[in-house]
Design a protein around this ligand. Structure first.
Ligand code: DX5
Length: 237
């Protein structure tokens, strides 16, 4: 296999999941995350069909949009995401993440996201191979490799996904594409280095941020510092 020229490391981004937040005051919680220095906010949209859990839709996201200026991304854990794409863009989401397993027409769906005026991303459940997104990498700005089976926060990190993260990163770099790699699920101070060294640069974290006794700002800064150190380490290797 020809050596892939090392692409410059991509900026580390911290994208909190609001799943552990207090749903009774989501606007305030968004402000607290923004003040804690996050780079974007991820909304875990669950429909009770694609995943065995139900969270929130575009109206809740729209209600929180005026409270902060950080970008919003909607992680669409829903069947047939095509049905409501425009609503998430109207609600103020700059990036929509579509699961490869959630639609029979992934290429068309990602095109519809872009036509709706948002940036497109594609997500892979743990069992789904990288080949499922090989033919849509030119349509997306990010690939999300799930490091838990989607549907709940607070689950254990699947380190077995790190070779998949590396494979996605290599495929992107091989083609010279400007595409981020995101990981989501079980990201914490004890797991973030492995995920980043494998090639992830956008890090979703939920419970690890909210359970830090020193608060959100400390948790965000610690994750960022560990990730940047791991990125430097793997670049030097
Ligand atoms: C799970 C969601 C994740 C989850 C992350 O389906 O996609 O965003 O909320 O939570 P932690 O970091 O607690 O695993």
């Amino acid at each position: 296999m020809a050596a892939v020229p090392a692409a410059p490391p991509r900026p580390i981004q911290i994208a909190p999941s609001v799943l552990p937040a207090d749903f009774a005051k989501l606007g305030e919680e968004c402000r607290a995350l923004e003040e804690a220095g996050v780079d974007r906010i991820q909304w875990d949209v669950m429909d009770g069909r694609f995943v065995p859990n139900l969270t929130f839709g575009p109206d809740v996201i729209a209600a929180c949009r005026p409270h902060v200026s950080v970008p919003f991304e909607a992680h669409l854990m829903v069947q047939q995401p095509e049905e409501l794409l425009d609503r998430y863009v109207e609600a103020g989401c700059q990036l929509l993440i579509v699961h490869a397993e959630s639609t029979g027409h992934l290429h068309r769906c990602l095109g519809q996201v872009r036509e709706a005026g948002a940036r497109a991303a594609v997500a892979l459940n743990p069992a789904t191979p990288v080949s499922a997104v090989e033919h849509v990498l030119d349509l997306v700005e990010m690939v999300l490799v799930m490091t838990v089976n989607p549907g709940f926060g607070g689950q254990a990190y699947l380190a077995s996904m790190e070779p998949k993260v590396a494979e996605v990163r290599r495929l992107i770099d091989e083609r010279g594409l400007d595409v981020d790699v995101e990981v989501d699920g079980g990201i914490s101070p004890s797991t973030v280095s492995g995920a980043t060294a494998a090639g992830a640069n956008v890090l979703v974290a939920g419970s690890a941020l909210y359970r830090d006794p020193e608060g959100l700002a400390h948790a965000v800064a610690e994750l960022r510092a560990l990730a940047e150190a791991a990125q430097r380490g793997s670049a030097a290797a």
